[in-house]
Ligand binder design. Structure first.
Ligand code: SF4
Length: 738
């Protein structure tokens, strides 16, 4: 039988690998393989991507039709006390979309648009349309996203320091010093083997900084395992060494940076010994890593969420690392840190309907938690989750009446889950709607549940993480049942509440409009498919990177030379951050909760928990019911060092309870030297859906969910990041009451 071959992209995680999907006449996926012509992923895909065949063909646990809770009537009794208890009944998409539109218009009329929360997650490539629907609702910004802990606290210091709104993922294939900071690319990216090859040829030095001695640490020339939340101290010590030894380019510093003398003064006392004591690493390892960074350029860095995101000192950690990158100077060069331009497309006013001339931090714009965390209000452009959940429960400072979650499971993704659960089951909420692939913990307590199409089943995609490439993508198979992609969902929703701004007929039209509007490609769908990828670089040919754009006037809106910062230079001294109450120079602050800052608390909770540790299956909280993925990790587990296991009477493989001052969870103990002594590692996700095919039980949000352990206060002062990777816990044998 002839198979259809479709070139598209897996969007399960941020790696966005190119794939070829082979399907048969019965709409079944027969084979998936990596696309060798994809210049980014070069034919590599992971097990999660491969399991799309099972996700599409087997349908275990998939939601297939819109469903409404039987005893929830938007025009009559709502029975909120029955959330999570009563059955669901199938309804049509028309009915579902009418309910959503009517509820939104009613609530907006009665309480104002802020009473509608639209929660958004990641991985379903519709962030920008989500912003547009918010604008159509009369909201401004993201409504509710977990960007207080995810990516943005790391991106934002880059934006302040380098002027680049980017995660600054290095060109590791060509780096001579490859620095992985809280990143394990062995799980998902194609360039690891090239790093190893270069390393074996004596070209590249590999530095891995991670609380976990992970896959890449085993191959590193220097592997550092700093205490969680102390990464700024490490970066300051690296800069100390680089300045002390003159391992920087004075011409670059002179021409393109601002505040170097002040920074030099700041790091003068940050000796390797001082940082070593704080970070609990070896001072000689700090010295050696700095020597490699200073002498083996170009230096490419890949930085994960661990160092600069999920801590009460997240912004300063990210700032110190961004300054280190600026000092090394390998920006927008081969083997250094590429400076892509296309990341910002998703935030373009033409898509979001925002007015960029308006300051999102202006006092007259209300956001939940905006006064407490002004940096988050201005740059996160989202309500603060802690403030939202409190507002649902108390009605203060304003009521929240609807929560519509798209690619978002608040019971799993936010800290302090017990608070979130109280909010999501509160009778104060008139309407809870969840659009997802399967019956997630939050879907179970929703009033309306909507089914989603996965990446092989939809036309939609976005290029926000693909640097200067615009890859071809297409729908490989029809979505099962009545699963809709999110783009279609937003389009139908928009047509009902704001038709003038949602004029497209279908998703393909939306994609082609975007190609034309932002990149000047005026294409039919078939023409779009005719090339494997296109370049989005100004002046670049297909797939060609334009280097040192700051020297060519390509980074600043007015076309002048330099970086897109107020000074036009890399800002070691940052007035913009000072305006938000931050030290204008990078510095180290001890995490709000730690054995050092709260020794009394540490007497009862002596270990530091790091949640969200990456494993080879699943993405965020998804696909724990997919046999191919679940097989690898049947039960939730936590990682604990053998010395700690001995100390707390824990045996490998037994059930243990991990407890913090705000909650507790269970998991099986994995006793391993991979994790630093004094740390409990909680992989992502902890929870498990039931997997019938393998006969494996589920472990709900209240059983094996690391976020139950994480307090929502105190948080990072300006940005509101919570300590998902630096809170105190204790561990003991047994499941207790769970
Ligand atoms: S899940 Fe795997 S195949 Fe899919 S994008 Fe991520 S790394 Fe690539």
């Amino acid at each position: 039988m002839a198979l259809k071959k479709t070139r598209t992209m897996c969007t399960t995680c941020h790696a966005r690998c190119g794939v070829l999907v082979y399907s048969d006449e019965d709409n079944r996926i027969v084979k998936i393989e990596g696309d060798p012509d994809n210049v980014k992923s070069k034919g590599v895909i992971c097990g999660s991507g491969m399991s799309e065949r099972e996700i599409h063909n087997n349908l275990e646990g998939r939601l297939l039709y819109p469903m409404k809770r039987v005893d929830w009537d938007p025009k009559g009794e709502r029975n909120p006390e029955n959330r999570g208890k009563s059955e669901f009944e199938r309804i049509s998409w028309d009915e579902a979309m009418d309910i959503i539109a009517d509820e939104c218009l009613r609530i907006k009329e009665e309480y104002g648009p802020e009473a509608i929360i639209t929660g958004q997650g990641t991985g379903r490539v519709a962030n920008h349309w989500h912003c547009r629907i918010n604008s159509s609702l009369g909201l401004e910004g993201w409504s509710l996203v977990p960007t207080h802990v995810c990516l943005m606290p790391h991106i934002l210091p880059n934006a302040f320091t380098l002027g680049v709104f980017s995660s600054a993922a290095g060109d590791m294939r060509n780096a001579h010093c490859a620095v992985l900071w809280g990143q394990n690319p062995a799980m998902e990216t194609a360039w690891c083997k090239e790093v190893f090859k270069n390393q074996a040829a004596g070209i590249t030095k590999l530095i891995v900084i991670d609380v976990r001695f992970q896959d890449m640490s085993k191959h590193a020339d220097v592997a550092l395992q700093p205490r969680p939340g102390t990464d700024a101290a490490l970066a300051l010590a690296f800069m100390h060494e680089i300045i002390e030894h003159g391992w920087y380019d004075p011409e670059f510093i002179e021409n393109w940076t601002y505040g170097f003398d002040e920074l030099a003064e700041r790091v003068k006392d940050w000796t390797p010994e001082r940082a070593a004591e704080i970070c609990q690493v070896d001072a000689d390892d700090i010295r050696l890593a700095a020597e490699y960074m200073g002498n083996w350029g170009p230096v490419g860095m890949c930085i994960g969420l661990g160092p600069g995101c999920m801590h009460t000192n997240a912004i300063q950690n990210g700032r110190a690392i961004a300054c280190l990158q600026g000092m090394l100077g390998y920006l927008d060069v081969k083997g250094g840190i590429p400076v892509p331009l296309s990341f910002s497309v998703m935030l373009d006013d033409k898509i979001t309907l925002w007015d960029s001339q308006k300051d999102p931090g202006r006092p007259e714009l209300f956001t939940f938690g905006g006064e407490e965390h002004p940096l988050y209000k201005s740059f996160g452009r989202s309500n603060d989750p802690h403030a939202v959940f409190n507002a649902i429960i108390t009605g203060e400072p304003r009521p929240v009446k609807a929560y519509i979650a798209i690619a978002n499971d608040p019971l799993l993704c936010y800290e302090n889950t017990n608070l979130t659960y109280r909010a999501m089951t509160s009778p104060n909420l008139d309407f809870v709607c969840v659009k997802d692939f399967y019956m997630s913990p939050t879907a179970k307590i929703a009033d309306l549940v909507l089914p989603s199409a996965d990446w092989s089943e939809r036309y939609s995609y976005d290029e926000e993480l693909d640097g200067n490439f615009l890859f071809t993508f297409d729908k490989a198979v029809d979505a099962p049942g009545e699963c809709w992609c999110d783009w279609q969902f937003f389009l139908e929703w928009g047509k009902r509440i704001d038709p003038d701004n949602w004029w497209w007929n279908d998703v393909q039209e939306m994609v082609l409009w975007r190609m034309r509007e932002f990149y000047g490609f005026d294409l039919t769908w078939d023409e779009f498919q005719s090339e494997k990828y296109r370049s989005t670089e100004p002046g670049g040919k297909q797939g060609e990177v334009v280097e040192k754009k700051y020297e060519k006037g390509l980074l600043r809106p007015d076309g002048s030379l330099g970086f897109p910062t107020p000074s036009g230079r890399i800002e070691f001294w940052c007035e913009s951050l000072a305006a938000f109450g931050y030290d204008p120079l990078p510095d180290f602050e001890e995490p709000a909760e730690s054995p050092v800052s709260t020794p009394e608390l540490a007497e009862e909770y002596p270990l530091v928990v790091v949640t969200g540790i990456r494993i080879y299956s699943f993405f965020h909280s998804a696909w724990t019911n997919t046999p191919a993925q679940r097989k690898m990790y049947p039960d939730p587990f936590v990682m604990i060092h053998p010395n700690d296991a001995r100390k707390y009477g824990i045996t490998d493989g037994e059930w243990v309870t991990v407890e913090s001052r705000v909650g507790h969870m269970i998991s099986k103990a994995y006793v391993t030297r991979e994790i630093k002594e004094g740390v409990v590692g909680v992989p992502r996700p902890g929870w498990r859906d039931e997997c019938k095919e393998l006969g494996l039980p589920g472990y709900g949000w209240d059983k094996a969910n690391g976020n139950v352990l994480i307090p929502s206060t105190p948080a990072e002062p300006g940005y509101g990041a919570t300590p998902m990777r630096s809170s105190l816990v204790k561990i003991y044998p047994g499941r207790g009451d769970l």
